[in-house]
Design a protein around this ligand. Sequence first.
Ligand code: HEC
Length: 436
Amino acid sequence: MKLVYSAAVLSVFSLALLPTGASAQVPGEPTFADDIAPIFYESCVNCHRAGEIAPMSLISYQDARPWARSIKNKVETRAMPPWHLDRDIGVQDFLNDPSLTDDQIATIVKWVDAGAPQGNPANTPAPPEFAPSDAWQIGEPDLVVQFPAYEVPAAGPDLFGDLFTNFGLTEDRYITAIQTKPVGDKARQVVHHALSYAVEQDESGERMGGGQFLVEYASGKQAEVYPEGTGLKLSADTEARLSYHLHSVGEPIDAVVELGINFLPAGTEPEHIRYSKQLAGSHGQTIGVLDLPAGAVSRSDGYARFNKAAKITMFQPHMHMLGTYQCIEFIYPTQPVRAETVNCASFDYNWHMNYNYSKDSMPLIPAGTILHTSTWFDNSAGNRGNLDANNWIGAGQRTIDEMGFAWIGWYDMTDEEYEAEVATRHEARERTDEEN
Ligand code: HEC
């Protein structure tokens, strides 16, 4: 056993010593230059390059080679690129699915098993060109609002609170795309997450409640572009609120966060108002009550009723460190009752993934449908994200507390619109069935 082990170490060593371009290559075996670089450039280097969020670059052969084993593991288990939707259950058609194909995964595995050869370096394609990492993903926004800077000290507890600023609108507008982002790499390190809201004021100028939710910034989370024909109303008399969660990283940093918004042209209204809300946490509340005994895996369920017919555009599971998996199910208002699991997804706190349904896969639900979330938490020592398996954990705002709800994006439909869309989908399906 010992011999085999040292032989393996030796072979890795000797490969590393080979001059560039001279790695042994068997015909028909995938090489970095011909087969792997094109996959990495399409699916990985957006994050895996200098100055971006991933821990290492995958641009050059020299960058990638030391990671071959880990790469094989992460693509085989589909941990990378991050997309944690359960592929065996429910809807699989999404706008923003970055997953590798089975063929691409097989190619990468074959490459690693062959000793990760480079091939002819001259065949390596040119790496893609990138926009600056803090560029807007929604194009140049129609409106950019900047929240006041928050000075995060070098060390200290997590910081929670609100910052306010004016939108400066003179008339009501409808949002079509929106993104929040910290300004610069330094701010990006300290902004754990940040939620933006539009808050109304009463006649005396007092703020009324927490406001209408607009968009979330969290690591790994992208801009939101609303489906065509939909928009979110932003009233002229509202103020922007940023609900922040910041943390110290060893040096004092000024955290500045910006909100970029695109609107429909002034004076126009969308066909449908788009909603995005935290739904169906335990006891039907956002935070609710969670009872997660020490050392155990437990599950929590939540429900929310849709009073109108709706088209579901987006699903995002939300948990904290102990959350591992969530399913969303629709319970239809039929007799006998019928229920359907629409999607399930694993959860990793490093990633707050938005699953945006493609146009023809957006679930249609009749008025009176109940959304049911089932959320699993692992408070055992087996969960690597668990800081202390000896502690009971409950629901709360802090990272070490738990949450278990779903962000759902949707728009309401009239019963007539719902019936018409269902009929159109049926016809389309019958046509495809006939063709097949
Ligand atoms: C959206 C950004 C993003 C994309 C796209 C992405 N990665 Fe990653 N990757 C990360 C981040 C961040 C980490 C570290 C945190 C984690 O593991 O979740 C990581 C970790 C890894 C690791 C583990 C490194 C270690 O410490 O062992 C490997 C291997 C990896 N990625 C390979 C890939 C490959 C191969 C692709 C493309 C097929 C890819 N990644 C696509 C962001 C990304």
